[in-house]
Design a protein. Structure first.
Length: 202
């Protein structure tokens, strides 16, 4: 009789445990569903969009942001990244239009743009948009490269990346040995104006 009583108690304990686990699982599903709904709402608003846990609006992950598949207005640019490199030196500029900031000594990484120092706040950051418009950068080719990089050691390379409000990025670049053939018309004037703007504020 005692053994039978113990078995009955065990049976009830199992039923209670199974019921508890079932109810807990249901509540967890509700929480996850609500979280997903919240994330979708943020995505629709264009804020804090994440891809595999990466915030594509963070300069640090700029290289992970999706490519722009359609032409956007330059008024929608929120970030500008420009770099050029040669054996004699180079320039790298990272400008956050949306937050009115210029990065000090930015460096390019596999993920995007990084800096060891805090960005500098500026009030007239929209002047950068005016420079982009002046030189009609959206009419530039996507890639000016015409040589196989394995055929030379010394050369010149540049890239201009524009991120828009929807998180997508428009890219223009060139790499090779003949700078004149690797760059669009009035490219030097564009670079000079951009460098002057950044230097005067840093």
């Amino acid at each position: 009789m005692a053994l039978k009583g113990v078995n009955i108690v065990r049976k009830y304990i199992r039923i209670i445990l199974v019921s508890f686990l079932f109810l807990y699982g249901c509540s967890e599903s509700d929480i996850i569903e609500k979280d997903n709904q919240g994330t979708n709402e943020e995505n629709e608003k264009g804020n804090n969009i994440e891809m595999n846990g990466i915030d594509i609006y963070d300069f640090y992950y700029l290289n992970k942001a999706p490519a722009a598949e359609q032409k956007h207005s330059l008024d929608d640019v929120i970030k500008v990244f420009f770099s050029e490199w040669s054996m004699t030196g180079g320039n790298t500029m990272a400008i956050d239009i949306e937050n009115g900031e210029i990065y000090k000594e930015p460096r390019w990484t596999k993920l995007g743009v990084d800096s060891l120092e805090k960005p500098v706040k500026v009030e007239d950051v929209n002047q950068v948009i005016e420079v982009l418009q002046k030189y009609e950068v959206q009419d530039w080719k996507t890639d000016y490269t015409f040589e196989d990089p394995s055929t030379y050691e010394d050369g010149y390379s540049w890239r201009l990346w524009l991120q828009f409000k929807d998180g997508t990025v428009e890219k223009h670049s060139g790499e090779g040995t003949e700078k004149e053939k690797l760059t669009p018309e009035e490219f030097e004037y564009f670079v000079d104006e951009l460098i002057k703007y950044v230097d005067e504020r840093l």
